[in-house]
Design a protein around this ligand. Structure first.
Ligand SMILES: CC(C)(COP(=O)(O)OP(=O)(O)OC[C@H]1O[C@@H](n2cnc3c(N)ncnc32)[C@H](O)[C@@H]1OP(=O)(O)O)[C@@H](O)C(=O)NCCC(=O)NCCS
Length: 145
């Protein structure tokens, strides 16, 4: 049987986003703002819910949390779509990175991300944890010496 894959946490980021602010900005910015900040998949996920602003705010928090975990900022509007939140068949959120954020993650040796979201009518929060299997292997090897 192969040994269990070892990994270590190499980054963590958290963010909170105001749901009413998100609702206001989406009202004012319309479809163009929505499409500049969120991917088509995210828009489909959020628009299919009873309270889209809560889900958009959670995804905004996830993008900021991912940037914090990676130690970078979301300096351009385009960077917002470089962190994408999907869902597995059970509704569990999954983070995918593209573009500059994907390159940063690769440079840091990140091999897996964990994302957790929660939201109410007022606030949305997200926590992102970055893991590295490569670092884990090195750590286990070092510990075995
Ligand atoms: C998943 C669950 C705990 C969400 O709790 P909640 O208080 O209703 O809602 P919250 O605002 O705290 O969290 C909502 C977020 O939970 C996340 N979520 C949904 N299903 C999830 C799951 N199976 N595992 C992890 N996270 C999940 C989603 O990101 C969701 O936000 P989104 O719809 O914008 O993507 C609840 O729906 C539940 O009990 N589901 C059934 C049991 C289950 O699958 N539990 C898994 C964790 S033990």
């Amino acid at each position: 049987m192969p040994p269990p894959e070892a990994s270590v946490i190499v980054g963590v980021g958290a963010d909170v986003f105001d749901v009413r602010r998100m609702a206001r900005e989406l009202d004012e910015g319309g479809a163009s703002l929505r499409e500049s900040l969120f991917t088509p998949g995210e828009i489909a996920d959020c628009e299919g819910t009873h309270a889209p602003a809560q889900h958009y705010a959670a995804r905004a928090a996830a993008k900021e949390a991912a940037a914090k975990a990676l130690g970078v900022g979301l300096s351009s509007v385009a960077a917002w779509r470089d962190a994408e939140v999907g869902r597995d068949p059970h509704g569990r959120p999954a983070l995918r990175l593209h573009g500059g954020l994907e390159l940063t993650a690769a440079r840091l040796g990140v091999t897996a991300f964990s994302l957790s979201l929660s939201h109410t009518a007022e606030l949305a929060i997200a926590v992102v944890v970055l893991e590295s299997a490569a670092h884990g292997t090195a750590a286990v090897a070092a510990g075995a010496r």
